[in-house]
Design a protein. Sequence first.
Length: 272
Amino acid sequence: MPESGAGPIEDVAEQKTAYDVPPVTRAFNLLRYIAAGNRCRNMSRAAADLSINRTTLIRLLHTLQREQMIELDPKGTGYSLSYGVLELASNLLSSRDIVRVSRPVLSHLAAQTGLSAHLGVLSGTDVIVLVRETPDVQLVSNIREGSRLPAHATVMGRMILANMPRAEVEALLKDYNFSAITEKTATTMESLGRQLDADLASGLAWSVAFFEQGIGSCAGVVRDHEGTPIAAISVSGQQAVFDEDAPERGLIADAVRLAAERLSSIMGHIAV
């Protein structure tokens, strides 16, 4: 029986060309085999599963271990993936263009809800709107791509701040002028802190005419592969559908949560 029940691994390169390098293909097959839970304790069985000879397997294991792609377990009886693989993955994830990958997510969100959808990132004490996708309906919000908005007064800013360590938020907003956009805007660190606590507990930040009269909005946080809040997505539209007793509110909440989770997953975040 294979060690993890995964069984023999098949060559994923179904269409070989004259440019293929067989040793490289074998090395990747071995990495996938180990990633599937096969620890290569029994060399003969692993070689058979991979359709290579035992000597080739030993050489591949030695090379991958030297390059820190795999490592021996503490007892020295088997192999697992090492930090080298994680480092490569982290470099890939950090190079992802969040603007590019967010557009289809936001486009779907806008079409699903009939509301304007946005992606914003924190820049100092402001949120910059990087992406705006709109449904095929008349829009009422003045938020545009490139808009710079005070983080403390907007749902996207609140959602990012709520998921940051509070000490970082307090340092960021030390001596900050909490200007009131509407009568509902938090104007002190203490009042903002209470609002952020509520946003964090809810998992979403809501606004019912907090920023623009007659406009409602809802935001969710976007995390990277380390769990760090790197952005927020929001939807906005007529205030009526965001009221606490509005029948649409639950649908909006579900759609925003799912979109935020999907974009976080694309950026490498693994929910626990």
